[in-house]
Design a protein around this ligand. Sequence first.
Ligand code: KG4
Ligand code: ZN
Length: 333
Amino acid sequence: MNILGVETSCDETSAAVVRDGVEILSNVVSSQVEIHRPYGGVVPELASRQHLELIQPVIEQALERSGCALSDIDAVAATYGPGLASSLLIGLNAAKGVAFALKKPFLGINHLEAHLYSPLLSVHNFDALPMISIIVSGGHTILAHVTAIGSHEILGQTVDDAAGEAFDKVAKLLGLRYPGGPEVDRLAKEGNRAAIPFPRSMLDDPGFNFSFSGLKTSVLYYLKKNPDAVVADVCASFQEAVVDVLVGKTLRAARHAGVRAISASGGVSINSRFRERLAAECQRGNLRLFLASAPLCTDNAAMIASLAFHKLHCGTASDWSLDVAPSIGLGRA
Ligand code: KG4
Ligand code: ZN
């Protein structure tokens, strides 16, 4: 079964064709990062205008690269939330239009739920469940216990800023370009991780929630007091504080849930130090680790098409009246 997936929740216009839930025939992602860079963040109005311009060529390209004709498509899926309302509307309506014209099922997919499974998609391995899955992106930091496809429980999430947001805000304080995560990651390689003892917020808290706004404020005060601080040291010390908390809580969640597998997705999961530490801890704890390849960590339509296959398998196509849900969470399923 070939599913055409569409993703336009934020600033990436993406379309993909995935066969039987695991075989990625194409995954076209058009990033708008250059358009939003001068503003230091995503401008919703600009994002939706770009999606409108790009959605048709991106879908056409995804079909062309997949080697499939429209008539080979068995179902069409799109992200319906969470995300920017005006951006979601473009992808959702384009996908509905294609499905309607083809007289094929249409599925609305929760973007966060798709992130949960994207690491399994890259290894074609869906028998790793149950697992602890951490989503660390620009908009979310969520720790979930996934017991089966479509069945999960949120153990914790951020009470303020998302991990990626903290990377981006700290990068801005340091005068680095947007998006800040990759810049901090790059500079941290030359810095001393132990140079500045930034706080490990909520690490010793018995729950699984996260908080990153205090850490960002600590960096701000440190820079005010130390205007000549070595940027690489600030990056390395800040990054280590974030990674300590993310890895510490993920491992504790795995012990708490009694699972033998961990997965991570979202833009921050590309971070080299995060990957290094998570891999080392999983090896030490004899846990299987599933990390998505970089194009599957960030927003992409392949993860949408993949989850749609599994949803369709359970017989859950969506109604044509499905609306966008900009603030929907991961929920309990
Ligand atoms: O998943 P994503 O592409 O978009 C959202 O759905 O939010 O994640 C983007 C976030 C940005 O905050 C970006 O700075 C961060 O992921 N990011 C990184 C790295 N690469 C991207 N953060 C830390 N280290 C990286 N290497
Ligand atoms: Zn995302």
